[in-house]
Every structure is written in structure tokens, then in C-alpha cells.
Design a binder for this molecule. Structure first.
Ligand code: 3HC
Ligand code: NAI
Length: 708
């Protein structure tokens, strides 16, 4: 038998243990091992029933995702997936009890559903998360799940991909019993109870499949929801089609439909991109030269300085993770405003069903408003979020240096300022770094962790680990102006404004990029964030711009007129009392006349050019950042853009997208823009080199990983 699967006995109960750390994925060897065990059990008269369980902390985390890339590149055979193994389990003459702890996801739940019974710990979760990888269940999950849980629940689970907790799974009929105490002992006892009963085969349980009349509205609603919530994505719709097949076709034919859809999805660009994202989110946690076992500082108490938009949100993030937090502001009115915002945000979360009232009450108790630095001596971490200004930040850090205990982490939420300069006013620059949250801080998943030149490895390791506890994706970035995300965003927005100045309408630019998959168009995003923010930054840094280089001016002109975006009721758009954007012909007319004044020729701009100008501006700057070492890997840039800037996950991030287009093509197009628009479009040297060598950013990442 395979080393990855062990077969033992507890008197008359056979125990099959899957042991493939860390998550017992169904890697090569695991299905074969289970199959051998079933053969052995079928022949063994001493075995009356079987328990299948995972070693370690989980049941089965699903198919081995690493294998998918090998399949699509033709390196391995595809076979029938797990289908024949699951039939073998289901046809086993002895009742099979699946004992679930941790998670049974994807292929893991599919294995579980082929058993005759399923028991689980209270903390276990089950799910068909395949759509998050751009695929659908590939081993009859879409056919067995509706037979256990009913059509509505199966559609929801397969199309949304979200996990279901054990208690809910029990109610839905996916599980048969929850086990308190030791899972294996409970599962063995359960197996003895049912050993002499007729074992039910899931594939034959048709009573929950519903009628055409009952199912039609379920599928219609699911399709409508998937098209809205997962715009442009193919897998959720394919998952719905597969579950529908379970309701209209016999089991075997339903499996064939599922298999065909699964294969189509697996070979799609969307799936390749989403698998890149899955591994990328884990890769960013790995920092070369900072080993996994680097000692971290426990963060049991924290403080936030500045109770404004960001400070309030950051305090919520800490409190949500159970960390008591002092929230300090300079004056009572600002503190009251900040706290009222926190309370309002929590109340909205309760209204939307994200949190319960008791949970919120507990969180609010953890946030202690204050006007003084009293008690700061006891905190392990301070995050500063006062107004953006070097002098003020230095003043705050100099105070913190005097008050905070040795070893405390001093972090700044600055979006543009130099972390080393901030650190220079302290006696402990090794304890200083940037923690750049994104607005709204309690919602956005991205956290850029900015490494100063003196920041210690321990502090970085602590903040990377803390980001996971806070429910964020922490990405380590270098200390350059705008760090990684905002530095790239600048040329992206610049191009969107240039396009408007050259004759595209505001709505056309936004719509084309929205259709490309961005959560919002760049101009509408500017209105939401406040056009004045970028305007102030541009004014502060104008002296650093090279003379003679074209500057986008239309956004600045709008600000000069007091049009700051949503907060003033007008920016690129006008806003009604419900903050709905209304195209404003006045803006179009003004931009036309301003452009005429300085002689910018007007023309019709095709959609393809809008996408290429904006997205390749991101890619070109990303390539510079990568070469300069401010991002560790191309995938880090992708993860930043997916989690902080609304880049569509099914395109894998800007650098992955450029790889899929082909770097030579991207480079040639950039050269074309350089000929038309001048030196702002000079291709990044790294891009030029990779394009000439016929390579990709992903190759470069692999090469770096191999060298590390
Ligand atoms: N295949 C291969 N590797 C996997 C994996 C999988 N299914 N699931 C997790 N891993 C790897 C991760 O890449 C990571 O590797 P690393 O340490 O080298 O970075 C390691 O296992 C640990 O993973 P996490 O850091 O995510 O550990 P957590 O404890 O936080 O979470 C988990 C564990 C809940 C299992 C989470 O990893 C997860 O959700 N995994 C994916 C589950 C999934 O999508 N399953 C469906 C796969 S597709 C399928 O089954 C198709 C079928 O229908 C045929
Ligand atoms: P804000 O203006 O909403 O809040 C700043 C708060 O700091 C105010 O409540 C003010 O009273 C308080 N404050 C000023 N001086 C203080 C002092 N000496 N001690 C204590 N409190 C003081 O500003 P916002 O938007 O929250 O920004 C804060 C920081 O976060 C800035 O550095 C900004 O660049 C950064 N940032 C902002 C983002 C955004 O979208 N708003 C996104 C990411 C970072």
C-alpha cells in the first residue's frame, strides 16, 4: 500500500488513514492507497465496517492543485479523475464512515460523499471551493451534493465556493452526526452502530433532486446572481450547469456532463490565473532571508494614533482579531467623530449580517478611546495614522520613541512618506516600518508592509504573521514613493486622464476598464477616494517632475473648481443624493476647451487602446519596481493589485495578465506608445529584456525561487 495511506484495524472496524501533510491533498499515491485499502477490506471477513480519516489536523484539502498545471501542460495524463475510486468506495460491501476534522474541501468532500456515512467534529468545514480556482467539482461533487443537501444548497455551494460549518452541514444532510471528543473513537463507535445496516449509496438517493418546476427558479436565480457577483467568470455558471445536469440526467450521464465542463474550465485562462493567485497568496508570505521559524514578537495589545478614516478602521481590524487597542487622537471632537464612525461601521455590519450584535459589543469593549499617551508604555504595537505630513509624523514618532517599551513595534500607515526618514527621529529604527492599509481598512484585504533600511527581520516576520491573524494579505514592499501599489496606480490614472484629454469620454474610459474586469473605472475611483488627495500629493512633489514631460491637468483643474469627487457632490461625475454617478456634460465640455487651449488634438479612441494604455502603464511601472527590488516577485505585485486595487482575479494580476498577452507583444505596444507619446512610455529595461528572451515574469519568479 502507498506510504500516504495506512490501513489498520480496531477489532472489527477497518481504519484507513490518509497521511499526506500538510492538508492530505489527493496527490498521486493517495487515491491508489485508498483503492488498495478498499480491496483489502472487501476481502477481509473480520472487518464489518470502515472508517476513513485524515492524519493531522484535516480530512482532505482537495485534489492536489499542483497537479492541474502538469495536466494542462500535458506533463501528466488526465484519466477520469477520482470517479472510479469513488464508485469503488460507494460499492464497498462494508459500510464506509468518513470521519471529518479540519476541512473536507473539493475532492475531499467528493471522497466523503462517496462514503455511506459522514461524521465530523464541530469545528470541521465542508465545501466545494473549486470555482475559486476557476474550475468546478470534477469527481461527481455536483452530482452527489444535491442528492444529500438538496438542489438549492448544492447550487449555492458549487457556484459560490464558500465553506459550510459542520452544524449547518448536518442540518443540510451532508453530515450524519457531529462527534464530541476524540473523532476517531467516535467514528469507530458510530461504525459499530451501523455495521449491520444496509449502507445507503449517495448516488442512488434521488429524493432531494426536486422537480423541474421547483428547480427552474433556483437555477435562474443562481445564474443571475453569478453573473452579477462573479462578473465575466465562467466557472460559476459551469458549476450551475453541472448541478442542473444532476436534476435532469441519470447519475452516470450527469457525471459525464460535469467532467466535460470541468475539463473546459481547467484548460481556460481563467483557471490558470486563479491557480496562480491561490499559490501567489501563499508565496507572498515567504520572504527570502527571513526563515519561517524567525522568532516573532507577541502582539497582545496595540494602539492607533489618529482616529480618522484610516485609524478608526485599523482599530476595528485589531479589535476584530481580539486585540485590545487604544485609539488616540489629538482633540476630543476628532476622537468623538472617529468613534462614532467606528460604531456606525459596526452597526452596518450587523445590519448586513456580517457580525452579530454580541460580537460587535465585545469588539467595541476592546477599543479604548484616549487623548493621552497614558498606557502606551504597555502596548506591543503602535500604528500611526495621523494626517499625511512629514513634520507631524516625525513629531508623533519622536513621542512614541520616548513612551513605548523596548521591543514595541512602531508602524506608520503613511501612503507616500519615506519610512527611513520617519524612523530617523527614533533611537530604534530597527523597530520602525510601514503598515499601509487600504481604505476602508476594515474591508480591504491588502496590507503593504513597508521595509525600512533598518527594519529588523523579527519585526517584519511579526507583521507578516500578524497580517494573517488580522485577515489581511500582507505583502512586503520596499520603501519607495507610493510603495508598490500607489506607485503603479499613478501612471494608470495618468493615462486614464490623458485619454479623456485626447477625446475619450469619462464614461467610456471607466466602462472599458470596468468591462475589462476592474471593480471600478479609474475616474470613478478617483471620485470615490477624493480627487484632492492626488492633487495635494502632485503639488507637493511637482518640483521633482522632469521639466517638459506631459502632465495630466484635467483632474487638477476640477480640484481648482472645488470638484473633489463624491465628497463635494461632483468630480469627474455629478452625484445625486444617493451618491449615484451621473455623467456630466459640463465636464466633457470643459475638458474639450482646456485641451484645445493647449493644443491636444481630439480623436475617437478605440476601447482596445484604452485598455492597453491603462493596463500596460501598470505593467511597465511594475517591471521597473521589480527590477529595482521594491517588490520581491512579480506575483507579489499581482497579489497587491488583486487585493487592494480591484484588479480582476481571473486575469491573475497585471504581471500575470502581461504574461498571458505575451511580453513581446506588450513591449512592442509600449514602444508604439513611446513613439506617439514620448518618454513617459520608455519600456522598463526588465520588460525589454524578458521580451527579447521570449520569457515571462512567472519564469523570472521561478528562477528566483530556484536560486533562493
Ligand atoms: N493542493 C496542493 N497544495 C495545497 C492544497 C491543495 N489542495 N491545499 C493547500 N495546499 C498547500 C498550500 O499551497 C500551502 O503550501 P505551502 O506551505 O508550501 O505554501 C500548504 O498546503 C498549507 O496551506 P495553507 O497555508 O492554505 O494552510 P491553511 O491551514 O491556512 O489552510 C486549507 C488549509 C483550508 C486546506 C487551504 O489550504 C485551502 O483552502 N486549500 C485549497 C482547497 C481547495 O481549493 N480544494 C479544492 C481543490 S480542487 C479539487 O479538489 C478538484 C476536485 O473537484 C477534483
Ligand atoms: P484623516 O484626516 O481622516 O485622519 C487623521 C486623524 O489624525 C484626524 O482625526 C486627526 O485629528 C488626527 N491627528 C492629527 N494629528 C494628530 C496627533 N498629533 N495625534 C493624534 N491624532 C492626530 O486621515 P486618514 O485618511 O485617516 O489618513 C491617515 C493616514 O493614513 C495618512 O498618513 C494617509 O496618507 C494614510 N492613508 C490614507 C488612506 C485613505 O484612503 N484615506 C489610505 C491609506 C493610507
Amino acid at each position: 500500500m502507498s506510504q500516504l495511506v495506512q490501513f489498520t484495524k480496531d477489532n472489527d472496524i477497518g481504519i484507513v488513514t490518509i497521511n499526506n501533510p500538510p492538508v492530505n491533498a489527493l496527490s498521486p499515491g493517495v487515491p491508489e492507497g485508498i483503492s488498495d485499502a478498499i480491496d483489502q477490506i472487501a476481502k477481509d471477513d473480520g472487518v464489518k465496517a470502515v472508517v476513513i480519516i485524515g492524519a493531522g489536523r484535516t480530512f482532505i484539502g482537495g485534489a492536489d492543485i499542483k497537479e492541474f498545471g502538469k495536466m494542462t501542460s500535458g506533463m501528466t495524463e488526465r484519466g477520469d479523475g477520482l470517479l472510479s475510486l469513488l464508485l469503488k468506495i460507494e460499492d464497498c460491501p462494508k459500510p464506509v464512515v468518513m470521519a471529518i476534522q479540519g476541512v473536507a474541501y473539493g475532492g475531499g468532500l467528493e471522497v466523503a460523499m462517496a462514503g455511506h456515512y459522514r461524521v465530523a467534529t464541530r469545528s470541521a468545514q465542508v465545501g466545494q471551493p473549486e470555482v475559486k480556482l476557476g474550475i468546478i467539482p470534477g469527481a461527481a461533487g455536483s452530482q452527489r451534493l444535491p442528492r444529500l443537501a438538496g438542489v438549492a444548497k448544492a447550487v449555492e455551494m458549487c457556484a459560490e465556493g464558500n465553506p459550510v460549518k459542520a452544524e449547518e452541514a448536518l442540518k443540510a444532510g451532508i453530515l450524519d452526526r457531529l462527534i464530541e471528543g476524540d473523532l476517531l473513537s467516535g467514528a469507530i463507535a458510530f461504525a459499530r452502530e451501523i455495521a449491520s445496516e444496509r449502507a445507503p449509496k449517495t448516488r442512488e438517493r434521488n429524493h432531494k433532486l426536486g422537480t423541474l418546476e421547483q428547480n427552474t427558479p433556483i437555477f435562474a436565480a443562481a445564474r443571475e446572481n453569478a453573473s452579477k457577483k462573479h462578473r465575466n467568470m465562467t466557472a460559476p455558471l459551469a458549476a450551475i450547469d453541472a448541478v442542473e445536469a444532476a436534476t435532469t440526467l441519470p447519475f452516470e450521464e450527469g457525471c459525464q456532463v460535469e467532467r466535460k465542463l470541468f475539463t473546459e474550465c481547467l484548460f481556460s485562462d481563467q483557471s490558470k490565473a486563479l491557480i496562480h493567485v491561490f499559490f501567489g497568496e501563499r508565496e507572498v508570505a515567504k520572504i527570502p532571508n527571513i526563515p519561517k521559524d524567525t522568532a516573532v514578537t507577541p502582539v497582545n495589545r496595540a494602539a492607533v494614533v489618529g482616529a480618522g478614516t484610516m485609524g478608526g478602521g485599523i482599530a476595528m481590524v485589531l479589535a476584530n482579531a481580539g486585540i485590545p487597542v487604544l485609539l488616540k487622537d489629538a482633540d476630543q471632537a476628532a476622537l468623538d467623530r472617529g468613534l462614532a464612525n467606528v460604531q456606525k461601521n459596526y452597526a452596518n455590519s450587523v445590519k448586513r449580517g456580517r457580525f452579530t450584535q454580541p460580537f460587535v459589543d465585545e469588539r467595541l469593549k476592546l477599543i479604548k478611546p484616549t487623548l493621552s499617551y497614558d498606557d502606551f508604555a504597555h502596548v506591543d504595537l503602535v500604528i500611526e495614522a495621523v494626517f499625511e505630513g512629514m513634520a507631524l509624523k516625525k513629531e508623533v514618532f519622536s513621542d512614541l520613541d520616548c513612551i513605548c517599551k523596548p521591543g514595541a513595534i512602531l508602524a506608520s500607515n503613511t501612503s507616500t512618506l519615506n519610512i527611513d526618514e520617519i524612523a530617523s527621529v527614533t533611537s530604534r529604527p530597527e523597530a520602525v516600518l510601514g503598515t499601509h492599509f487600504f481604505s476602508p481598512a476594515n474591508v480591504m484585504r491588502l496590507l503593504e508592509i513597508v521595509r525600512g533600511k533598518a527594519t529588523s527581520k523579527q519585526i517584519i516576520a511579526t507583521c507578516m504573521q500578524l497580517s494573517k491573524k488580522l485577515g489581511k494579505v500582507g505583502v512586503l514592499v520596499g520603501n519607495c514613493r507610493g510603495f508598490v501599489g500607489n506607485r503603479m496606480f499613478h501612471p494608470y490614472v495618468r493615462e486614464s486622464v490623458f485619454l479623456v484629454e485626447e477625446g475619450a469620454s469619462v464614461e467610456a474610459v471607466d466602462k472599458v476598464l470596468y468591462d475589462f474586469g476592474m471593480a471600478m473605472g479609474p475616474l470613478a475611483t478617483g471620485d470615490l477616494a477624493g480627487l484632492d488627495v492626488g492633487w495635494r500629493i502632485r503639488k507637493e512633489y511637482r518640483h521633482l517632475e522632469k521639466p517638459g514631460i506631459r502632465q495630466a491637468f484635467a483632474g487638477d483643474r476640477l480640484c481648482e473648481m472645488g470638484r473633489y469627487g463624491q465628497k463635494t457632490g461632483a468630480g469627474w461625475y455629478r452625484y445625486d443624493e444617493n451618491r449615484r454617478a451621473i455623467p456630466d456634460p459640463e465636464v466633457a465640455a470643459m475638458v474639450r476647451s482646456w485641451s484645445a487651449e493647449i493644443g491636444i488634438p481630439q480623436r475617437q479612441i478605440p476601447a482596445e487602446e484604452i485598455v492597453d494604455r491603462c493596463i500596460y502603464a501598470l505593467v511597465n511601472e511594475g517591471a521597473r519596481i521589480l527590477e529595482e527590488g521594491y517588490a520581491l516577485r512579480a506575483v507579489d505585485i499581482d497579489i497587491i493589485y488583486l487585493n487592494g486595487y480591484g484588479f480582476p482575479s481571473y486575469r491573475g494580476g497585471p504581471m500575470w495578465y502581461a504574461d498571458t498577452v505575451g511580453l513581446r507583444k506588450v513591449h512592442d505596444r509600449i514602444c508604439e506608445f513611446q513613439r506617439q507619446h514620448g518618454e513617459l512610455w520608455e519600456p522598463a529595461p526588465l520588460l525589454k529584456r524578458l521580451a527579447a528572451e521570449g520569457r515571462t515574469f512567472a519564469d523570472l519568479d521561478k528562477q528566483k525561487a530556484a536560486a533562493a
